[in-house]
Design a protein around this ligand. Structure first.
Ligand code: UDP
Ligand code: MG
Length: 335
């Protein structure tokens, strides 16, 4: 029997995990697949892990990987992809904002041979106006910069076949921006629109500032356009400066020297100074990424696993997020 893995990153989700599990388990009852509910605890400080342990006692299909601290959703998800053993893997949020009712639709597309089925949020009324507007702007920019590699308004909620997951796991970068990576690995995709409901319980873990940084990570890991922009701007300013120099030269030649010019000098100095600082900042942004990559740290560290040392899961001791790619293919489970 083929296996499907639901990969659910959870960070302080004591109000939602059980509800999520019950809803998803009920919906998967009718499906002819062996299901795996793989939760990745992203360093929660509440009762999330206790609930997961209890759920595992009553249903061994519930498994959990607990990270040593809060690594962030992208890393929790990467850990989940690494531990998932399914022939199809579906990342989902624990708060039921990725409606489990769509699982059946995803699976039907998968049966027809789709390697990637993407849930696209058609309606984001559940998000505030500012968040919606920023998201729209981000997707527009990001799509343009990456030549339409990603879908508009698609999150992590999607179905990926085993070969897509294996390709994703081979990507060696340390700064993970999964949305972009999904696009980068390619494969034809089927799009399933849905309406994003409100959070079922608990609070969102993504304040505005975190989202802003997330957007910068996304753009700088997939495009060097911001760097190139500065060459053009620098060229333009140099040209303008040259033209101005010629003008001054001619004017001095004809009218002689005059002292006033403090205002225009200040304007030029300040604008140029500002532009130089800004461009240095952007170069720093990329340099910082190079720094992150050369450190070659593991992507995450596992504190404990629940229900993952038996058959069908990865061997114990292979847990930590050591970066694949260099030594060849990532060793998949021995099952
Ligand atoms: N999450 C996580 N680590 C974090 C933040 C969030 O694993 O540092 C999980 C969270 O538990 C949830 C999912 O990522 O299952 C989506 O988070 P949330 O619902 O807070 O984001 P939003 O839907 O508001 O964008
Ligand atoms: Mg949510």
């Amino acid at each position: 029997m083929r296996r499907i893995s639901l990969v659910v990153p959870v960070y302080n989700e004591q109000e939602s995990v059980e509800l999520f599990y019950r809803t998803a388990a009920r919906l998967l009852e009718a499906e002819p697949y062996e299901a795996e509910f793989l939760f990745v605890d992203d360093g929660s400080s509440d009762a999330t892990m206790d609930i997961l342990r209890r759920l595992h006692e009553s249903d061994p299909r519930v498994r959990a990987v607990s990270l040593s601290r809060n690594f962030g959703k992208e890393y929790a998800l990467t850990a989940g992809l690494r531990y998932a053993s399914g022939d199809a893997v579906i990342p989902m949020d624990a708060d039921l904002q990725d409606p489990p009712e769509l699982l059946a639709v995803f699976l039907r597309h998968w049966e027809r041979g789709a390697d990637m089925v993407v849930g696209v949020r058609e309606n984001r009324d559940a998000d505030g106006r500012v968040k919606r507007w920023c998201a729209a702007l981000f997707y527009k920019l990001f799509r343009r910069m990456t030549h339409n590699m990603v879908e508009d308004n698609a999150g992590d909620f999607r179905l990926m076949s085993r070969r897509v997951v294996d390709e994703l796991l081979r990507l060696p970068e340390s700064v993970r921006f999964n949305k972009g990576l999904y696009g980068w690995v390619g494969f034809p995709r089927v799009v399933v629109p849905y309406t994003r409901p409100e959070r079922a319980a608990g609070r969102s873990k993504w304040p505005g500032w975190k989202l802003w940084n997330f957007a910068i990570d996304g753009i700088t890991s997939f495009s060097t356009l911001p760097l190139r922009l500065w060459s053009y701007l620098g060229g333009l300013i140099a040209l303008a400066g040259f033209a101005y120099a010629v003008l001054i030269f001619v004017r001095t030649f004809i009218y002689g020297v005059d002292v006033p010019g403090y205002a225009s000098l200040m304007v030029v100095v300040l604008t140029l100074g500002g532009l130089i600082l800004l461009s240095l900042g952007i170069i720093g942004e990329y340099l910082g990424r190079v720094f992150e990559e050369v450190k070659k740290r593991p992507l995450f560290i596992v504190r404990e696993t629940v229900g993952l040392d038996g058959a069908g899961s990865r061997r114990a001791g292979e847990g930590n997020g050591e970066r694949p790619g260099r030594e060849g293919d990532f060793p998949r489970d021995a099952a």
